[in-house]
Each structure stands twice: as C-alpha cells, then as structure tokens.
Design a binder for this molecule. Sequence first.
Ligand code: PMT
Length: 221
Amino acid sequence: FGPQRLSGQNVVVTAGGTQEPIDPVRYIGNRSSGKMGYAVAQAAVAMGANVIFISTRPELPVPAGLHKMIYVETAAQLQGTVSSVFEGADVVVMAAAVADFKPAQYVTHKIKKQPNTTEMQLTLDRTPDILATLGQQKTHQFLVGFAAETDDLLQHAQTKLAAKNVDLLVANDVSQHDRGFGVDQNAVTLLQPNAVPETLALADKSVIATQILERVAELLA
Ligand code: PMT
C-alpha cells in the first residue's frame, strides 16, 4: 500500500469522445472533452501503474510517465486498439464516450446541398459495445465502466453494471452544468456487484480519478 498502490499493474485507460465520419468534413460526435479520462490516466501513473492511454484528443498535452500513448478517432478503431492490449491488461478503465451509432455509409466527397430540398436523411448503424465485449471476454482483468446518464442515474447504471459484466461502474449525471461533460469537476456514484452504491461528492476530476483508482486498488488487493 502507500502512494504506489497500483505498482506493477498494467492499466489501460480510454478518454474522449469518438468521432464517426459522415464525409471528409463532417462527423457524429459527442460532448466528451477527455478531461475525466486524462485525470484517470494521470492518477494511475501517480499510483505507480504502467499506463497505456488511448485517447481521441491529440490536441491535449500528453500526461507524463505513460507507458504508451495511442490516438484513435472512431469506435471501431477504439475497439481494435483496446482489444490488442486487453490480454496484457490488469485493469481497463473505459472513460471514453463511445458513439452508439455511426453513419451506415461513409461518403468519400463532401456531401452537397441538393437544390430545392430542405431535409436530408442519414442512416445509422449500431457500433460494437466495446465494454460489453470485454465483459464477455475477461479472464483476470478488472473492468471499470462509466455510465453517462441524464435521468434515473442509479437505475440505468445498475442495468449497465450487470449487462456489461463490469467490476466497478462509475455513474455520472451529465444533465448538470457543474459536472460531467467538459468541466473540471465531477460527482459520481460507484457501483459494484452486490455492494451498496457509494456517492463521491462534487470535486476536481483529479480527486475523483484518485478516489476511483483507490477503490480499484482496494478491490484488487
Ligand atoms: O470527457 P469529459 O468531458 O471529462 O466528460 C467525462 C464523461 C462524462 C465523458 C465520462 O465521465 C463518462 O461518463 N464516460 C462514459 C461515457 C459513455 O459513453 O457512457 P455510456 O453510458 O454511453 O456507456 C457506458 C460504458 O460503456 C462506458 O464506459 C463506455 O465507454 C462504454 N461503451 C459505450 C458504448 C459503446 N459502443 N462501447 C462502449 O464501450
């Protein structure tokens, strides 16, 4: 124990929102800034872990002390990258906001407005659920998922905890302006199978990240 509580652990962290291209200039995205995932990666390094960090945000400064930094854009790329490092991982933290749908077809040129039309239809396909797939495949890995909800937070989070077979689920309310997407603070509830949920009060994402990883270290010990 002590400050190096994750020493020797191989920890994979994902951060940011995926971007699903429509054409060369447009994409379907979401409001994730990557801040929560960056805070988790930094806290994991501070706790002595070997961190593989997978991010969609190349414009952000690279956290110091990483084992490896990998950039991706789409849910499919994120899935391919996470799968390639999964076997060697002890802990995977899925803080990335992964698109649930992507354009069914990528158009290779910029889509032009059609004269005299006021609407356009876009057909979307489901993306793979990366975390649920890891939940089915895991052998020794400890899986941490997030749940971003706007209503019935605990109920939806409990459903995700079970459906995705994760060991720890971090539920956050993304309907309020002082927490969740884009801002420096968060307030979360930690859920585990067969345990009473614990709420962590509004605090800097760095503090929340450390609290999440302390729980992980406790459960691994
Ligand atoms: O990046 P910030 O601006 O700091 O904001 C932080 C955050 C709100 C994005 C973060 O705290 C958070 O909640 N991340 C998860 C967002 C999300 O995709 O939640 P979800 O409830 O839709 O998905 C549940 C879990 O399944 C997540 O761990 C997600 O990574 C994973 N998932 C979801 C869909 C999918 N196709 N594959 C997945 O692996």
